[in-house]
Design a protein around this ligand. Structure first.
Ligand SMILES: Cc1ncc(C[n+]2csc(CCOP(=O)(O)OP(=O)(O)O)c2C)c(N)n1
Ligand SMILES: [Mg+2]
Length: 386
């Protein structure tokens, strides 16, 4: 029996605007208009400034734990720029830049990390899900949301984000398997920032790339320089065109680096080498785009100063809105969770009591007792009918 090759593969890496602001005209010309480039730059500067403000809010006791996005702005932003407004964007917790591009208000993100439930109520019609901290869950949700769209015959794809660490969760593999076998149009974006808190990616994966994980699920895969807004936009255009046309998933590994601590509860100096951090500071996505705009002669110090003062004011206003919001109602979580609140939760919402957890009905207020009895009777009738 001869030995034959049944499968060969290669992973390509896309880089257009490198850390020295060298620009690949063949790939990059015409990809993003100058007006959009300026808007994208403004979005990154705003996101970075919010990070700095949020850090100070946490340190002064005005906010809970906060994960800085610093250094990773071009990943989610490139994706959000390419996605249609009614595609799903299903994020993790380091994708502020893309979320703001989609219209999520800054005070919503601040409220989330201040522990206010209303920060999770993503305004419609932004087609974004709330911030996910339990690693991996969001990828399954992205596959499920898009499967629902497919059943309904709606032209909608999803893009879901996760880190190098989350790429080793079982949920990741289940979501990839589910999406590829059932042919669901999801773009999987792995943000490889080389660290999962203090665990370096080299001991999390023995493979040379994360991109190749998609190969085992039959997906096209690519690696991109995630600190290069041109490369993330280029890759996302390829990925979304493919998923939309074929109704199948696609895998994009965006290589990036978090310049800050994992969260405000971490001190990365205890496990990261200062030289490594310094080398990535030079690859900052904002620095290189700034240089590119100047090379194009569409940016100068005056415009920079005007942008920075607008951003500072906008963010000060967003902080004021978040901090001056009226106290939350106890009913808020019910109202933002479901399109149609289920009957047993309506009971909880209206009476502040739970019947479903076996609470003694005699302890319920009279109105709730009546409603609980009616629910029991309805459940009994339904059960008898079967
Ligand atoms: C299921 C689960 N396990 C563990 C954690 C604790 N945890 C929070 S973030 C994190 C590291 C995640 O690293 P990565 O996926 O690379 O994302 P990054 O923070 O680098 O963006 C861990 C272990 C969690 N939130 N959820
Ligand atoms: Mg990571």
């Amino acid at each position: 029996m001869p030995i034959t090759t049944v499968y060969t593969a290669e992973i390509k890496k896309i880089s257009i605007l490198d850390e020295h602001a060298n620009f690949d005209e063949k790939l990059g010309d015409g990809l993003i208009s100058n007006d959009d480039l300026v808007r994208l730059y403004g979005a990154m500067v705003a996101c970075r400034h919010l990070d700095e403000v949020a850090f100070r809010l946490q340190r002064s006791g005005r906010m809970g734990t906060y994960p800085q996005n610093m250094g990773q702005e071009a990943t989610s932003l490139g994706a959000a720029f390419v996605l249609r407004p009614d595609d799903w964007m299903v994020t993790c917790y380091r994708e502020n830049c893309g979320l703001f591009w989609r219209g999520v208000p800054m005070e919503g993100i601040l409220l989330h990390w201040m522990g206010d439930e209303r920060g999770n109520a993503m305004p419609k019609p932004h087609w974004v899900t709330p911030i996910y901290v339990p690693l991996g869950t969001q990828m399954l949700h992205a596959a499920g949301l898009t499967l629902a769209a497919k059943y309904r015959g709606v032209d909608r794809i999803a893009c879901t984000f996760f880190g190098d660490g989350a790429a080793s969760e079982g949920d990741f593999h289940e979501a990839c398997n589910f999406a590829s076998n059932l042919e669901i149009p999801v773009v999987f974006v792995c943000q490889n920032n080389f660290w999962a808190i203090s665990t370096p990616s080299k001991i999390n994966s023995a493979a040379p790339t994360f991109a190749q994980r998609g190969l085992s699920y039959g997906m096209p895969c690519v690696q991109v320089d995630g600190n290069d807004i041109f490369a993330t936009v280029y890759a996302m255009k390829q990925a979304t065109e493919y998923t939309r046309k074929h109704g199948k998933p696609y895998f994009v590994e965006m290589v990036t680096y978090r310049l800050g601590d994992h969260t405000t509860a971490d001190d990365a100096k205890r496990y990261r080498d200062a030289d490594e951090v310094e080398s990535w500071r030079r690859k900052d996505p904002i620095i290189r785009l700034n240089a590119h705009l100047k090379n194009l002669r569409i940016w100068d110090d005056e415009k920079e100063a005007a942008l920075r003062s607008k951003v500072e004011q906008d963010i000060a206003d967003a902080v004021a809105r978040a901090e001056n919001i009226s106290p939350p109602e106890r009913t808020d979580p019910f109202d933002s969770m479901y399109a149609d609140v289920p009957a047993d939760l309506i009971l909880q919402r209206d009476t502040r009591h739970t019947h479903s957890l076996g609470q003694d009905p005699s302890q319920l207020p009279p109105e709730a007792q009546e409603r609980a009895a009616a629910m029991d009777a309805a459940a009994h009738a339904q059960h008898s009918a079967h």
